[in-house]
Design a protein around this ligand. Structure first.
Ligand SMILES: Cc1ncc(COP(=O)(O)O)c(C=O)c1O
Length: 480
């Protein structure tokens, strides 16, 4: 049986020099006993604990306890310790304590429920784990753990060789970025969080529909939201956007400019240029989330706001989807003047992120593994994308429209209005398939009627099976 926890008590000195010796320990125990703070049968701190806490020798503490035993205040039990006398050898039970008050929380953000296990996840944004470079990552992990300098400390902005590698990759894509502009984050999500927490302005504009975890994050931090309706089949209505931005004057626009989540929409160069002009004229900053770049070869790299607008544009991207989701390494590129404040906010939240993981990703990049991995990933994802489009044409009724993003891991299915989406979801779940409904994606009323599907996670035969079941569920509601 384990020993009961000991009861700690305060040892005070009444000597003018404040020093503590055996007599002070004796007096303090007697005082606490007199005040009823040491119930009969409670265990006192072991000698070595008091010895350390008070900076006394073992003999002094032992002498104090011996004295208290001799006076009948304490009793010593072999191999158990020293106890307050008077409980007939029983250890005291802790006195009943009223249950402490519970922490009051704000309402939980309305995140979409995670995909139930055992269902085919049709709305998944991840890449099939079978396509991810586990062995090469294992090699880099071993190598990093062997190098002495890396694992010992961290620097809040992020591991310098990784920042350098990120800057070099972006520079090769036509974005003039220096390592000192790069802040390494825990996935893109922390980059969005940093911007949202550090902004001095109370309002943000977002596309609607938009990546729900960004919208909900902004909302949870008390930012007002201006939804800019995005129709992936029609392009951006920039006149309408301009009117909304002029009316609401947000501090920044969060835009997923390529392969937008959830619609798969990519901004045209003209639209990017117009946004830079509006930003300059109306005074809102641009925060670009380039999540889907690196995923398909056929699109190559699309133009970015950061390329067109230059240094003032904040740019976010991450390695999490393309390497291993559990690595959680992303980054934020910020204008030099903003970097120190953003890093200060990052320090407040995490002090620093795991350098070990950052060093593994840096090594992966440095050895050329990332480029080799992307080449084979592109090959596979291009094939899956083509198969997905062919399967959509073959399996789903022609009244179901879909976007053709040409990159990123997902595309949007627009379902005829007469279909009840909640019922459709229940019906596909009963057939072993999960779709994520999009309420969380919309800021304001939903002008689209559909949901996102991912082509990169399920193997092609599983994707076809899932689409067949979706077609059955649609047929049940009269859409054939
Ligand atoms: C558009 C968008 N941005 C950011 C993220 C967050 O990604 P990360 O895993 O890098 O935190 C996601 C995740 O799905 C996303 O869809």
């Amino acid at each position: 049986m384990s020993r009961p926890p000991y009861v700690s008590f305060l040892v005070r000195s009444s000597r003018p020099d404040g020093r503590i010796g055996a007599a002070e320990v004796v007096d303090s125990v007697l005082r606490e006993l007199g005040l009823g703070r040491l119930p009969a049968g409670s265990r006192l701190p072991p000698v070595r604990v008091l010895e350390q806490e008070l900076g006394l020798s073992k003999n002094t503490v032992q002498a104090a306890y011996d004295e208290l035993v001799a006076r009948g205040a304490l009793e010593s039990r072999e191999r158990e310790g020293v106890f307050v006398a008077g409980a007939r050898g029983e250890s005291a039970l802790p006195p009943p304590v009223p249950a402490p008050a519970m922490l009051a929380l704000r309402p939980a953000p309305g995140l979409p429920p995670s995909t139930p296990r055992g269902l085919l996840p049709l709305s998944m944004v991840f890449i099939d784990p079978a396509l991810l470079p586990r062995e090469k990552l294992e090699e880099c992990t071993r190598s990093v753990l062997r190098s002495p300098g890396v694992a010992s400390l961290y620097e809040a902005q992020g591991y310098l060789p990784l920042r350098q590698a990120v800057a070099a990759r972006l520079a090769a894509r036509g974005m003039a970025v220096d390592a000192s502009h790069v802040i390494i984050t825990t996935g893109s999500q922390q980059a969005i969080d940093l911007v949202a927490r550090a902004t001095a302005t109370p309002r943000v504009a977002v596309e609607t529909p938009v990546y729900s975890h960004a919208r909900l994050l902004f909302e949870s931090l008390g930012l007002g939201l201006t939804g800019l309706p995005l129709d992936p089949f029609a392009g951006l209505d920039l006149e309408a956007w301009e009117a909304l931005l002029t009316r609401d004057r947000p501090g920044f626009l969060y835009a997923i400019t390529s392969y937008q989540n959830p619609t798969g929409y990519s901004y045209s160069t003209h639209e990017l240029v117009r946004l830079c002009e509006l930003s300059a004229r109306l005074g809102f900053a641009l925060v670009e989330d380039d999540w889907g770049s690196d995923m398909l070869s056929m699109g190559g790299y699309r133009p970015t706001l950061r390329q067109i607008g230059g240094e003032p544009v904040l740019y976010i991207n991450s390695f999490t989807k393309k390497l291993l989701p559990s690595l959680r390494v992303g980054f934020l590129v910020a204008p030099p003047a903003l970097v120190p404040t953003l890093v200060a906010f990052k320090r407040l939240s995490t002090l620093g992120n795991p350098w070990l993981t950052e060093a593994i990703v840096a090594e992966f990049l440095e050895r050329g593994y990332y480029d080799a991995h992307l080449t084979s990933l592109h090959h596979e994802l291009d094939a899956r994308y083509a198969l997905c489009l062919a399967a959509l044409r073959e399996i789903l009724p022609s009244s179901v429209r879909h976007t053709t993003p040409g990159g990123g891991p997902t595309l949007w299915l627009e379902i005829p209005r007469e279909v009840d989406l909640a019922q459709l979801q229940r019906s596909v779940i009963s057939r072993g398939v999960h779709i994520e409904l999009s309420a969380g994606h919309f800021q304001g009323p939903a002008h689209l009627h559909g949901f996102r599907i991912g082509y990169a996670y399920l193997a092609p035969d599983a994707l076809r099976r899932a689409l067949h079941r979706l077609a059955e569920a649609l047929a049940e509601q009269g859409v054939r």
